[in-house]
Design a protein around this ligand. Structure first.
Ligand SMILES: *[C@@H]1O[C@H](CO)[C@@H](O)[C@H](O)[C@H]1NC(C)=O
Ligand SMILES: *[C@@H]1O[C@H](CO)[C@@H](O)[C@H](O)[C@H]1NC(C)=O
Ligand SMILES: *[C@@H]1O[C@H](CO)[C@@H](O)[C@H](O)[C@H]1NC(C)=O
Ligand SMILES: *[C@@H]1O[C@H](CO)[C@@H](O)[C@H](O)[C@H]1NC(C)=O
Ligand SMILES: *[C@@H]1O[C@H](CO)[C@@H](O)[C@H](O)[C@H]1NC(C)=O
Ligand SMILES: *[C@@H]1O[C@H](CO)[C@@H](O)[C@H](O)[C@H]1NC(C)=O
Ligand SMILES: *[C@@H]1O[C@H](CO)[C@@H](O)[C@H](O)[C@H]1NC(C)=O
Length: 288
């Protein structure tokens, strides 16, 4: 700015000196040099004005640029914010979706677990049913084989056993062999009710599967159960003299080692030991 003032001072002084020289009156030369000086001064002035304008223009440009950059920055910040907001919303949505998914999966898992345990129970029930059916099936098969073996009537069932009452009379050993050959054995009496039932079906003296053939004096059933094992015995008891088994040797010098039921007596006291070589009817039995 100082230079501008200075220049204007020069301009003013130039105008003043022009007037002085006009007054002096040396016309053509003076006019010529005066014009030259003027032109130079105008050029200088114009240059100065141009420079000043340029400075202002540059300043303006700077300001505009700064504003523009700031606006741009602001806009991009806004855009970023918008994008981030969108992402946040998406994330929130995803998060809640994932939470819902987890919830669904959780309840599905519970459902599956419940179903699994139900299926397991079902299988267990079916399994035990299969076992029962298999047992029933094998029992029915046993029954069929029993009926097939004996064909005849005189068969009866009682408390889970099938009995065959023979009409033929055989020795104790032959009787047993007869039963065994048909997949059965001589009868084993294990309860008071069984004793009562069997005796009620008899019409003659009848072999049962009891003997002391294996060990003298030790009475055991054909299934190796002792009388202590079964807990019941129905030997004939005398008021005076020896009760059964008495190992009477008058009939057979080797003694008496096989047991019969004498059907006509009180069923609680109807067992006798007799010679195994006698022949009597017999009962075969099969557990089913
Ligand atoms: C939201 O889930 C969709 C689909 O699973 C996926 O494409 C997107 O990238 C997820 N968004 C974020 C922000 O994780
Ligand atoms: C569970 O069992 C029920 C009934 O059988 C069925 O409708 C359901 O789809 C099962 N659930 C699963 C998760 O398998
Ligand atoms: C097996 O037999 C028993 C007795 O006869 C009967 O009560 C039961 O229902 C049978 N079981 C099946 C699965 O058939
Ligand atoms: C059945 O038993 C009775 C009495 O022991 C006998 O008289 C009858 O002959 C027997 N019947 C058959 C088919 O064996
Ligand atoms: C039964 O009598 C026979 C023959 O006398 C004898 O050998 C046996 O030891 C007797 N048994 C008992 C248990 O007394
Ligand atoms: C009983 O015991 C004898 C030997 O003392 C044995 O040979 C037989 O197999 C046994 N019977 C049963 C049904 O266990
Ligand atoms: C049966 O048991 C009694 C005791 O309870 C015992 O004295 C006896 O010897 C036993 N008999 C046999 C044959 O085991």
């Amino acid at each position: 700015m100082d230079s501008v003032y200075e220049n204007s001072r020069i301009v003013l002084s130039t105008v003043a000196s022009n007037e002085n020289s006009r007054n002096e009156g040396n016309h053509s030369y003076e006019q010529e040099s005066e014009r030259e000086v003027n032109t130079a001064k105008w050029n200088k002035l114009l240059l100065t004005v141009f420079a000043v304008s340029l400075v202002f223009a540059l300043g303006g440009l700077c300001v505009v640029s700064i504003l523009y950059v700031r606006a741009l920055t602001q806009q991009s910040a806004q855009t970023n914010t918008k994008i981030m907001k969108r992402q946040l919303e998406e994330l929130t949505a995803n998060c809640s979706r994932v939470k819902d998914d987890l919830y669904i999966k959780d309840s599905m898992m519970k459902d599956l677990t419940a179903n699994y345990s139900r299926v397991k129970d079902d299988l267990h029930i079916k399994d035990s049913m299969v076992k029962e059916l298999t047992a029933n099936n094998s029992r029915i098969k046993e029954q069929q084989s029993f009926y097939k073996a004996f064909r005849a009537s005189n068969m009866t069932a009682f408390q889970g056993k099938l009995y065959f009452f023979s009409s033929d009379k055989l020795t104790w050993s032959s009787s047993r062999a007869f039963c065994v050959s048909r997949g059965t054995d001589l009868v084993t009496i294990t309860s008071r009710s069984e004793q009562a039932f069997l005796q009620s079906k008899m019409n003659e003296w009848t072999w049962i599967g009891l003997s002391d053939l294996e060990t003298e004096g030790r009475w055991v059933w054909v299934n190796n159960q002792t009388l202590n094992d079964t807990g019941v015995e129905f030997w004939y008891k005398r008021q005076s003299g020896k009760s059964e088994p008495d190992n009477w040797t008058k009939d057979d010098p080797s003694g008496e080692h096989c047991a019969i039921v004498k059907y006509a007596l009180n069923y609680l006291k109807s067992w006798f030991d007799v010679s195994c070589e006698h022949t009597y009817k017999f009962i075969c039995e099969k557990k089913i």
